[in-house]
Design a protein around this ligand. Structure first.
Ligand SMILES: [Zn+2]
Ligand SMILES: [Zn+2]
Length: 233
């Protein structure tokens, strides 16, 4: 219920911000929308890289859950999972979910769009959108800047949903349409990430992957990305 209210608040805030777009459509708005789509993709990759390599909190049982050999539908697993999750905060849970996604990629695709919007929206885009709503009460930004911010907020909120569709056998038609024109990446392109966990972290359209891969390679060479962080200890 609380989640629904917060998501509603996000969409109301986004609609209000959209109503403050100044002036008629001009070409700069189209350029701004594409730039925001690239930026949202880049942010998805940066957060993904950080979450993949950031070590989980140790000694609370996450390793036991990650390497569980029996059925994950069993009462024993569910009970142990509830025990472990009770000991960690939401942020640690999200970090664990990123790592769990690698051996169990299909789980992500089973969730609906509103569930997958929760983490990025509640922690990042809702506060930013509300701050923007307050700001535009007193300030009228250029139309192209408003378009940039709106596309960035919406794209970032949908990051994990887009990621989930990359692991679905069949995605809804709007997703397939956006893929066909290159606005969303394909499951085959995302598979490059799962093959090595060393590159191609961006999950929206993949446009930022070449640039981010250069940064990731430099970080790896400098010893900033320790592969031990990829699994719970
Ligand atoms: Zn990953
Ligand atoms: Zn994935």
């Amino acid at each position: 219920m609380k989640a629904r209210l917060l998501l509603t608040l996000f969409f109301v805030s986004l609609a209000f911000n959209a109503s403050r777009i100044a002036g008629p459509f001009d070409w700069r708005m189209a350029v701004a929308a594409l730039a925001a789509w690239w930026t949202a993709d880049l942010l998805s990759g940066v957060v993904h890289m950080w979450m993949d390599y950031r070590p989980c909190v140790a000694g609370v049982g996450l390793k036991e859950l990650y390497f569980w050999e029996g059925s994950r539908e069993s009462d024993a697993f569910m009970a142990r999972q509830a025990e472990v999750y009770a000991q960690i905060n939401v942020f640690e849970r999200i970090c664990y979910d990123f790592k769990k996604h690698h051996p169990m990629p299909d789980l992500l695709g089973r969730h609906g769009v509103f569930h997958l919007m929760k983490a990025p929206t509640f922690f990042v885009t809702l506060p930013l959108s509300l701050a923007l709503s307050v700001a535009v009460l007193f300030w009228r930004p250029p139309g192209w800047l408003m378009v940039f911010m709106l596309v960035l907020l919406l794209g970032s909120s949908l990051t994990q949903y887009f990621h989930g569709t990359l692991h679905k056998v069949r995605s809804p038609w709007p997703i397939r349409l956006m893929r066909s024109v290159g606005l969303l990446m394909t499951p085959a392109a995302h598979q490059h990430h799962h093959d090595t966990l060393q590159h191609d972290f961006s999950v929206i359209n993949g446009w930022s992957n070449p640039a981010l891969n250069l940064v990731v390679n430099a970080l790896r060479r400098a010893g900033f990305l320790n592969e031990a962080g990829l699994v719970p200890s």
